[in-house]
Design a protein around this ligand. Structure first.
Ligand code: AMP
Ligand code: MN
Ligand code: MN
Ligand code: MN
Length: 277
């Protein structure tokens, strides 16, 4: 059995481990093929690749792009990307820009809810002053004693529908897929089981995704239940999409599924890595 994990995060975005530490953890967990897929950011790829090669693992350069589709936030993973491609790096830089303004708004809503100083607090957890994610707010809220864990910070304040959620416009699906393709990569729908879309809306999204040349969908994900593995395997077969597998690991204390500990893909699907080795 190939141990492959094609979705995880380092402290370049909203993970906790450095790219090299993440690769070492994956290696210790028996991973043979690893993709690093930080949110809207590829600056961790070089260090992760160097460490993976030193440990004799296969490495896949990746990214997880935030998009807005029909008012909902969705994530598209790009795999096997050339991280020096200007179209990709400029596009990612543009969508990262909006994070600071959004962060100010999140902080003022948290202040209104009785949680002061969240902007500076969250910034202490951010990898650079340019990348501020909701997890950084959540970690601040835990440390300051407002929530028992990161999950509670999302459930009570930060997720869509809660008081400190701020609607945000990310990339559109056409741009995101084009950036990935110009960088020579393939586009994969991340954790489809997590979206606030009806089955009809999601079917419409997949139609557009396919038409734009999108090629894959995560079937086995650390954010999916075993029932969802089967549901999205069926969807992969129905739409002729390649199946991917990724833990979406962020941090030892936060993630339900550790890097490299996913079950195999269900039968009858074509793995996204079928022609890689
Ligand atoms: P952002 O791009 O800043 O809006 O943050 C999105 C990230 O927040 C996701 O990639 C997850 O890492 C995290 N996230 C979203 N919902 C939850 C949740 N319910 N519990 C924990 N983390 C979450
Ligand atoms: Mn994340
Ligand atoms: Mn995601
Ligand atoms: Mn992710």
């Amino acid at each position: 059995m190939l141990n492959i994990d094609l979705h995880c995060h380092s402290n370049i975005s909203d993970g906790i481990l450095s790219p090299a530490e993440l690769v070492m953890r994956a290696h210790a967990n028996g991973v043979q093929v690893l993709a690093l897929t930080d949110h809207d950011e590829v600056s961790g790829i070089a260090a992760a690749r160097a460490k993976a090669e030193a440990l004799g693992m296969k490495f896949v350069p990746g990214v997880e792009i935030s998009i807005t589709w029909a008012g909902a936030t969705l994530h598209i993973v790009g795999l096997q990307i050339d991280v020096t491609n200007k179209s990709l790096t400029q596009g990612l830089a543009e969508i990262r820009n909006g994070r600071l303004v959004r962060g100010r708004k999140i902080a003022s809503r948290l202040a209104a809810a009785g949680i002061p100083d969240a902007y500076d607090g969250a910034m202490k957890f951010a990898p650079t002053p340019h990348f501020l994610a909701r997890k950084h707010f959540a970690r601040f809220m835990v440390k300051a004693g407002h929530c028992k864990d990161v999950e509670e910070a999302f459930e009570s304040y930060l997720k869509s529908g809660q008081g400190a959620h701020v609607a945000h416009r990310w990339a559109n699906v056409t741009d995101a897929i084009n950036w990935i393709h110009r960088a020579g990569g393939i586009a994969v729908v991340a954790h489809p089981g997590r979206y606030r879309l009806t089955d009809e809306e999601f079917a419409r999204f997949l139609g557009e995704f396919k038409q734009l040349g999108g090629a894959g969908i995560e079937v086995v994900s650390g954010r999916h239940t075993p029932e969802q593995y089967e549901k999205y395997a069926a969807i992969a077969r129905r739409y002729g999409l390649l199946a991917s597998a990724g833990s979406d690991f962020h941090a030892p204390d936060e993630s339900r599924i550790d890097v490299g500990t996913l079950p195999p893909l269900p039968g009858g699907v074509k793995p996204v890595w079928h022609d890689w080795f």
